[in-house]
Design a protein around this ligand. Structure first.
Ligand code: ADP
Length: 426
């Protein structure tokens, strides 16, 4: 279907100028989204490949939407199961992955036979429109992929229409838990199918048996990717007493050596600015609260000298579960470290949250790996891995982190109805 490198290569191999211009302009408008949300170029390019992978994956999955034949209990009957598209799907997406959060839903919806109405985030509407242009080029019929961008002021009203109109059969949303709950209430009126990918509060546990260097590398990737603005980013580190000091020291060293705040078009930049002033204020608030209750700043701790929404990658130690940063999602470059003594204590802290999206832990003890993987109340577990999202794996959460799964062989079910057909009198 649509390949990731179409935009990158500006239509290389295109046979006339009009087509080349279209490719270039799509590439340009999509870049504006990334400039606006602050993701460094390398991460943006990675997202485009990730984004395209969902279209490829679901284009293939479309051929595997199998029905079923069930042995009937009566001789004169035959029992079939058909899978049918749910109908029109309304898709509401966030700004942190302006392209991939759309294709992860739209790829599955189109493969199932649904049409879609996409409402992108007001901060990053252009990728959704660029995808519209690609849909045209790929030959998707008019009216199948629709985009309704709108301002922040209009968002609630547009959201309400999408979630209450009887013509819409399905809502798929990625965003905050608070907004998800509003949309769920709207959807209840007409009993729509819903998929919700909501907030997380990922724990990252480092046990005494861990390979500390591997844990540090995973911590860096899992915490500071996208400047800490992903729903699966680690939000709290729990580190066992015996390995604690070594982990904190090595983690601080790695942050200073490997993270570079700056212009996203600069090849060595790993950390762009946060999305807006409100996001910066939240990180500041969490640091201030933690420090006022006895946390120590190991590195970072303040706005970056570049100003605006740039923030220093921050590491706090001596953190306790009484602090705000361990109770709510920071969604920024702040790593708070809590010291613990026993496995049971760590699991209890990790599970003391009303959300459960991703969780990570580092251990080299096979029995502990099984125990903890099974006990963590989350939808996705990384064991000795800090980055676990990929197209073939089911993405989703438990508790207030959401409903349903995206990607993988399960993702397409979110857009399919099961119809049972009983043929009698045979
Ligand atoms: P964030 O705080 O990360 O912006 P939101 O949940 O507010 O997360 O936003 C995610 C998506 O939900 C965006 O597309 C946004 O426009 C949309 N949104 C926010 N509030 C509403 C609402 N009341 N109704 C429908 N969509 C909404």
């Amino acid at each position: 279907m649509v390949r990731a490198d179409d935009g990158e290569q500006g239509g290389a191999g295109a046979d006339h100028h009009g087509r080349e211009r279209r490719y270039e302009s799509r590439h340009r408008i999509q870049m504006i989204d990334y400039t606006m949300m602050g993701k460094p170029l390398k991460e943006a390019q990675g997202e485009i490949v990730y984004s395209a992978s969902f279209l490829e994956w679901f284009a293939e999955e479309a051929r595997r939407i199998y029905g079923d034949v069930i042995p009937a209990s009566a001789k004169d009957r035959r029992v079939l199961v058909l899978k049918q598209p749910v109908g029109v799907a309304a898709i509401i997406t966030p700004w942190n992955f302006p392209s991939a959060m759309i294709t992860r839903k739209v790829g599955a919806a189109l493969a199932a036979g649904c049409t879609v109405v996409v409402k992108p985030a007001e901060d990053t509407p252009l990728s959704a429109l660029a995808l519209g242009e690609l849909a045209n080029q790929a030959g998707i019929p008019a009216g199948v992929y629709n985009v309704v961008p709108c301002s922040r002021q209009q968002t609630a009203a547009v959201g309400e229409v999408l979630c209450t109109d009887p013509l819409v059969s399905k809502i798929s949303f990625t965003g905050s838990t608070a907004t998800g709950k509003i949309l769920l209430k709207h959807a209840a009126g007409t009993v729509k199918r819903v998929s919700m990918e909501l907030g997380g509060h990922a724990p990252f546990i480092v046990f005494d048996s861990a390979d500390v260097d591997r844990a540090v590398a995973g911590a860096l990737a899992s915490k500071y990717r996208n400047s800490g603005q992903t729903c699966v980013c680690t939000n709290r580190f729990l580190v066992q007493k015996g390995i604690h000091d070594e982990f904190v020291e090595k983690f601080a060293k790695a942050i200073k050596k490997e993270l570079h705040v700056g212009n996203g078009f600069d090849a060595k930049t790993t950390q762009g600015p946060l999305i807006n002033e409100k996001a910066v204020e939240k990180v500041e608030k969490h640091i201030k609260d933690a420090v006022s209750q006895g946390a120590s700043i190991v590195t970072g701790g303040k706005r970056h000298s570049l100003g605006k929404n740039f923030f220093e990658p921050t590491l706090l130690s001596n953190v306790t579960t009484k602090m705000l940063c361990t109770q709510e999602e920071t969604f920024g470059p702040l790593a708070p470290v809590i010291k613990f003594e026993t496995e049971a204590e760590a699991v209890a802290i990790a599970n003391a949250a009303n959300v459960g999206l991703a969780g990570y832990f580092y251990s080299q003890d096979p029995a502990q790996i099984w125990r903890v993987a099974e006990q963590l109340e989350v939808g996705m577990v990384g064991v000795n891995e800090g980055i676990i999202s990929s197209v073939e794996c089911p993405f989703g959460g438990v508790k207030e982190s959401g409903l349903g799964r995206e990607g993988s062989k399960y993702g397409i079910d979110e857009y399919l109805e099961i119809k049972y057909v009983c043929i009698g009198g045979l």
